[in-house]
Write a protein that binds this ligand. Structure first.
Ligand SMILES: [Zn+2]
Length: 146
């Protein structure tokens, strides 16, 4: 679980680094407009080009944070690896009883993630089911057979 949150923190730190670099690069190359210099104005809101550049930077920031969150959603909660093997189930003609969903699994057997394919009220909550120790469970089943 610590690894899962560590990956999130690392990705957010990387995003922050990229955005800080873009911010400093923008201010290094962007000349302060004549009116802002003469009347001691902030260029944001008074200079259209600068304001548009900040808008672009803002959109980049929102997009990167969205991608970080989207990537984090499909990671194993135990080992932090990307989840694999999507399996669709449910039926579109029976939304209330067998709502369509996709199940993902950690290839190291740490658990499964259920993601609903129906988004009626925004992004749905994911449903993570951790497995304590699947090898121990299998051994117990084998012991019961004997
Ligand atoms: Zn895992």
């Amino acid at each position: 679980m610590m690894r899962y949150w560590g990956i999130l923190v690392a990705k957010l730190a990387g995003t922050g680094l990229v955005l800080a670099t873009a911010w400093m690069g923008l201010h290094a190359v962007w000349p302060l407009p004549e009116t802002a210099r003469r009347f001691n104005l902030q260029p944001f809101g008074t200079d259209l080009g600068y304001t548009m550049a900040i808008l672009g930077l803002w959109l980049l920031a929102v997009g990167l944070v969205y991608l970080v969150a989207l990537d984090q959603r499909y990671r194993c909660r135990t080992c932090g690896r990307r989840l694999h093997m999507p399996v669709s189930s449910g039926a579109w003609n029976s939304l209330l009883l067998r709502s369509p969903r996709t199940d993902y699994i950690c290839r190291y057997g740490h658990g499964t993630l259920r993601v609903s394919d129906v988004e009626l009220v925004g992004m749905s909550q994911t449903d993570w089911h951790g497995v304590d120790d699947m090898w121990k469970e299998l051994e117990d089943l084998e012991m019961m057979d004997k």
